[in-house]
Design a protein around this ligand. Structure first.
Ligand code: SAM
Length: 219
């Protein structure tokens, strides 16, 4: 079976589709210097995001978990210069780094940054009406809560995308090194179970290294 985990296949995909340009590389490098954790989406998942957003013609978008802005740049590239991406981050340092990233990438006009706890900010955004897309990539324990919000606030035809949905390889584990890891894996499992069984959505998990769950609302 071929997969992105196979080194030759991964190299082929990277060399052909060239997901990471100098702007994205600079985000990774600057984040490292700032001692921001290197938990950005991987390069190919960034490219998947760009294409999925363009496929959905999404213009009103939410991102939960900005970090240094890597994935938001990918999403913004999929927007093709129209619409608004609300991106939510709880850490001031990450928020500030992302502000620089958006300026460098010339996409600040497409982005509204929110600083605070995602669940509170999501609640306040409900008044803006339904959204075309949401990318979920913050604390895994809250994935089920983010899903509850998305089920209500994503329009028919809109999409839900979530990262790390193989739980860093721990998705099938029954014993965990820490209670925190166990809670995170349980959050991701509940998220996948619920979206897989929600008849208002068609959902799948793209077997990229990290696992990228993707769903489209059909009713
Ligand atoms: N999407 C980013 C990217 O690919 O470039 C990576 C996001 S990183 C995996 C998760 C981010 O979510 C961190 O910056 C973290 O501070 C933030 N975060 C964690 N819990 C949060 C919460 N409850 N509300 C908002 N942001 C949160």
């Amino acid at each position: 079976e071929f997969s992105q985990n196979d080194k030759n296949i991964a190299a082929y995909a990277l060399n052909t589709f060239k997901p990471e340009d100098n702007i994205l590389k600079e985000v990774r490098d600057r984040a490292k210097k700032l001692e921001i954790p290197a938990i950005h989406v991987n390069d190919m998942d960034g490219k998947h995001l760009e294409v999925l957003i363009a496929m959905a013609n999404a213009e009103k978008i939410i991102e939960v978990g900005t970090l240094a802005g890597y994935s938001a740049i990918c999403i913004a590239r999929g927007m093709q210069n129209k619409g608004i991406l609300h991106t939510i981050e709880i850490e001031q340092k990450h928020y500030d780094a992302a502000k620089t990233s958006f300026k460098n990438a010339n996409i600040s006009h497409l982005i509204k940054q929110h600083l605070g706890s995602a669940l509170n900010i999501l609640k306040s955004l409900e008044q803006e009406g339904s959204f075309d897309a949401i990318f979920i990539d913050a604390d895994k324990v809250s994935y089920p809560d983010y899903l509850t919000w998305a089920e209500k606030n994503i329009r028919i035809g809109g999409i839900i995308i979530a990262d790390n949905t193989f739980a860093w390889g721990h998705i099938n584990d029954s014993h965990f090194e820490t209670l925190e890891l166990e809670k995170q894996v349980k959050g991701i499992r509940e998220f996948n179970q619920r979206i897989a069984n929600n008849s208002n959505f068609k959902a799948t998990i793209l077997p990229t290294g990290e696992g990228l769950t993707v769903a489209v609302r059909i009713s």
